[in-house]
Every structure is written in C-alpha cells, then in structure tokens.
Design a protein around this ligand. Structure first.
Ligand code: UAG
Ligand code: ATP
Length: 488
C-alpha cells in the first residue's frame, strides 16, 4: 500500500523529514527486531522500554518509513503523531483493509468471566453452523487454526492481521482493560459489546475503581453504528454502565435476576445440577448447565442473550449450552479415590473465590480446603480481601509461592506469613512449594471434602521448585496415577 494512502487514516501528523517519496509499504511493525525491508515502523514509548530508541535498528533492518512521537531527524520518511499507540491501531486497521467491517465482532469486557462467556458463545455459534474466530487468554483461533496467546487482547498488528486472515463469520474477542488503555483495539469495530462484571482487580495499573470502570466502558466507543451493548447487571457497575451508555443513546440490552431487563434469570437451583430458567420476550427456557456455580449461570445467561440478539433460535441456544464442554482450567474436577473432589480453577479475585467456595457450600461439601498464592509484583491491595474471603468460607487453606514474577522468595514468604497471621482466622498455613501443598492435601483428603486449587488454572508454574511437573493439572494427574511416591 502506498505510504500516502496509509497515512490518510491518521487524523493529524507532522512530516518530520523535509521531503519524502511515496514508497510502497509492505508491512507494519512495532518491534524493531521484527522489521524487514519495506515495513513501516511505529515507535511506542512503552512501560519497559522506549521504541524510539530502536528506530535506528528498525532502519538498519529495512524500515521504509517511521511513525513516532518525538522530534527526530531520520534518513527515511518520518511522521510525528501525538499518540503512537492510537496511530498504530489505525494504521494496522487501514493496512489490513478494515477486516472487522467484514464480519460480526463480539467484544467481551469485565473483570471475571470473559473467557468463559467467549467459549460459551463460540460453542453456541458453532453448534448452529457459524464459523468463529476467538481471541483471548487461552489462545487465538482463526480458521480453526490455534495460535499461542501473547496477551488476552492481542496487539493491534496481530489483531488486524489475524482478522484479515480469518474467513470466519464471527470474531469473539476478550477485551482487557490494559488493551483498552493501550489502544490495542483502536481501528476495530464491534457489533456486540458485552460486559460481565467489575470488581477489584488491576488497581496497581488503573489506580482506582473509577478509572478501571472508565477503561472498561471505553470499549463501547468502538461499536459499529448499529452495534448493541449487552450488559450484565449483577453488580453496581453493570447498572452504572447501562446508564452511561443509555445517555449516549447506545442501544443497551440488560440481564439480571429481578427488575426490568431484556433477560431475567429465575428459579436458580445450584445444589445438585446447575439449573435455571431464563425469561425473555414473554417466554421461559429451562437450562441444565453442565458447569457448576452461580457465576456460570451469569455467564451462560449473558451468552444466551447475545446469541438471542444475533437471531439464533432460543431452543437451539439451550441445546448448545446444555452440551457445553467447559473451559480449560476453569472448574476442572478431578476425583480422589476416597471420594473427595479436587477442583482446578482460575479464580484470582475475591469475587471469584466467593463464587467457587459458595458452590462447594451449595453442594454441601463436608470440608473445604483452599490452595492458592498471589502473583508476585501485582496488585498487592487485593490480597487482604482475597484472604478474608477464603478464610471466612473454607475450613482450611494453604498459601503457596506459585508465581514469584521477579519477587524475591523470602519477601513473598514473609508477605504470605504476615497476611495469614492478620487475616487467616487461624485456618491457614504457608507451604512454599505448590506441588507439596497439593500432595499434602491429596494425602489427607477425606470423603465429601472439596479441595480448590486456584489462581493458575491451565497456566504453567514459574517456580524454582524442582518437581517434574509444571502445572496444577500435571500434579493431579501424577497423583491420580498413583505415583505419589514420586513426591515423597
Ligand atoms: C505493561 C503492559 O501492559 N505492557 C504491554 C505493552 O507493552 P509496551 O508497549 O509497554 O512494551 P515495551 O516492552 O515497554 O516496549 C516498548 C516498545 O519498544 C519496542 N521494542 C522493544 C525492544 C526492542 O528491541 N525493540 C523494540 O522495538 C516494543 O516492541 C514496544 O513496541 O504493549 C504490548 C503490546 O500490546 C503488550 O504485549 C505488553 O503486555 C505485557 C507483556 C503484559 O504483561 N501485559 C499485561 C499486564 C496485560 O496486558 N494483561 C492483559 C490481561 C489482564 C487480565 O488478566 O485481565 C492482556 O490483555 O493481556
Ligand atoms: N461471571 C463471573 N463472576 C465472577 N467470577 C467468575 C465469573 N466467571 C468466572 N469467574 C471466576 O473467574 C475465573 C476466571 O474466569 P474467566 O477466565 O472466564 O475470566 P476472565 O475474565 O477471562 O479472566 P482472565 O482474563 O483473567 O482470564 C474462573 O475460574 C472463576 O473462578
């Protein structure tokens, strides 16, 4: 694409070189190491490093033109913008010919439940004959081909390139608050904007709940002119979001458990199967969901409402939800030979803890044990409330060092011991090695006990411990296969 044509997508820019020839741009890069001949390099001032420092390297690698924020003198065409991240989103979308215009795009935001709702929707759509691309925490899938997920929401180049490749009719995208503040979806156009919930998370990054909410709400700036907002009103923030969007005259469809909503959830029964009814447009549909927990009822109802708005027959939606195979690392159950249940789950917020532990209570668990840790270097403010929730709802908990993320082992151990002493209600202990903690719980497991192992879900461990396992799932497989002597 000709440089001059590409630049048309930028609202404002200054030409940083006195003269430039209208070269042909054959690719876009934000990482100098990936630049090849003919690329346009966009320099981003990042959190870790400054892309402007790598402009020379990009030129050596063959960059034909550069976009950045600083006043520089370069030997290739250079264009100065106010915000490189915004420019990158627009340039990538233009370069790949606005791929989101050619398909139905579902954007999902909120603190918890994005991955689960995205998997539920994918399953409903595919069960009804639609092809779907998926972008999220677990992986990116396009034309049935699976790519490794680098971020929950991909950077603009990956996103637009994969969308352009995709022949799928729908694209389902988890939209993180980080992505929204970093303009990763700039240039994307969304048909259905979904909101799950909001609770304390990532406040180290956003500062406070208002700013976090504002980041999430900004997803709706990317709706297509006929786009719709589908908002769960199970918490204060959902209600607030509907009001904000309503004032902007965006069509909003809400769901809740009582009150005035497009979809109302009724008759929830959680103490055996997960059964509930959705009331929509004067009809009622009973659903028997194969995933435990009230949080999954909320997730399924949001997926139901979205599929309904898309125009899928409600009976077909019910059928699909009833055959939903689940999500890797979310409420995955492993049976212990003595009749206990080990549950691997990705809960990493106070709310998620409460939903999980409450599920065990609804199922009349005889004893609840909870094994978890905290990600080193991330949102320390949320830890106190997570421990309080866990200790007030379980009988016993074990704190582990499963993801130091650059923090010194001793520092994290001290932090865990201090939190346990202050908020653990004498129910907790610290076992540094997560595998040993799981092994201890496995050895002591009693009939009717529920043991939750949360926070890592399908993720691999990042520890210095030497046992030959890299994830919770692997630990349990080893134990279940009876090679517990392996850990002796
Ligand atoms: C703190 C943060 O969010 N960082 C994100 C941000 O990185 P950044 O732009 O600041 O990158 P940087 O490393 O400072 O580098 C600046 C620029 O220099 C360039 N560079 C760097 C080195 C070099 O040799 N040459 C070069 O050109 C880099 O390519 C980059 O363009 O933009 C990148 C591209 O979009 C992201 O991959 C990266 O995510 C990092 C890896 C990350 O861990 N982010 C987490 C916090 C995150 O975003 N999480 C959410 C999910 C949250 C949830 O659980 O809900 C997500 O969407 O994944
Ligand atoms: N609707 C919900 N409300 C509260 N907690 C939920 C909800 N849905 C799922 N959870 C909990 O949050 C965990 C993560 O769920 P999920 O992966 O679907 O969320 P997410 O928003 O994609 O999070 P992440 O982006 O961090 O992966 C689950 O394992 C479960 O414990």
């Amino acid at each position: 694409m000709k440089l001059s044509k590409l630049l048309n997508c930028l609202n404002e820019y200054t030409v940083g070189t006195s003269q430039y020839s209208d070269v042909n741009i054959t690719g876009i890069q934000m990482d100098s190491r990936k630049v090849v001949k003919g690329d346009l390099f966009v320099a981003i001032s990042g959190f870790e490093s400054d892309g402007h420092k790598f402009i020379e390297q990009a030129i050596v690698n063959g960059a034909s033109a550069v976009v950045g924020e600083q006043s520089l003198s370069l030997k290739v065409p250079y264009f100065i913008v106010n915000n490189s991240r915004l420019a990158l989103g627009r340039l990538a979308s233009m370069f790949f010919d606005f791929p989101s215009k050619r398909k139905k795009v579902i954007g999902i935001t909120g603190t918890n439940g994005k991955t689960t709702v995205s998997y539920m929707l994918k399953h409903i759509l595919e069960s009804n004959g639609f092809s779907t691309a998926l972008f999220g925490t677990v992986s990116y899938t396009v034309n049935n081909q699976v790519y490794e997920s680098t971020n929950t929401t991909p950077n603009p180049i990956q996103l637009q390139e994969l969308l352009a490749k995709s022949l799928d009719e729908f694209a389902i995208l988890e939209v993180s608050s980080h992505a929204l503040t970093q303009a990763r979806i700039e240039g994307l156009e969304i048909d259905y904007g979904l909101f799950t919930n909001l609770s304390h998370e990532h406040l180290d990054y956003h500062g406070n709940m208002q700013a976090y909410f504002k980041a999430k709400a900004s997803m709706y700036n990317f709706l297509k002119p006929d786009g719709k907002a589908l908002v769960s009103e199970f918490d204060f923030w959902g209600d607030k979001l509907s009001n904000v969007l309503g004032r902007k005259e965006i069509p909003v469809r809400t769901l809740g458990c009582s009150g005035n909503h497009k979809l109302i959830i009724e008759k929830i029964n959680l103490n055996g199967e997960t059964e509930f009814t959705v009331a929509i447009a004067e009809n009622n549909y009973n659903i028997n969901l194969p995933c435990p927990g009230l949080h999954n009822v909320y997730n399924a109802a949001l997926a139901f409402l979205t599929a309904y708005e898309i125009g899928i027959n409600p009976k077909q939606i019910v059928k699909a939800l009833e055959s939903f195979p689940g999500v890797p690392g979310r409420f995955e159950v492993v049976q212990h030979p003595r009749g206990a249940k080990f549950i691997i789950d990705y809960a990493h917020t106070k709310d998620a803890f409460e939903f999980c532990l409450q599920t065990a209570k609804e199922h009349k668990a005889k004893k609840i044990t909870h094994i978890y840790g905290f990600r080193g270097g991330r949102d320390k403010m949320k830890r106190e409330n997570m421990i309080k929730a866990s200790s007030s709802m379980c009988d016993h908990f074990i704190l582990t060092l499963d993801d130091l993320n650059g923090i010194e082992k001793e520092e994290m151990l001290n932090e865990l011991s201090k939190l346990n002493l202050q908020f653990g209600q004498n129910k907790g202990k610290v076992i540094a090695d997560r595998t040993i903690a799981i092994q201890t719980a496995w050895k002591k497991a009693q009939a009717g006990e529920w043991i939750f192992i949360t926070g890592k879900g399908p993720e691999e461990y990042e520890t210095e411990f030497t046992l030959p396992v890299s994830s919770d799932k692997e630990v349990l497989t080893y134990l279940q296969e009876g090679i517990s002597e392996h850990f002796a």
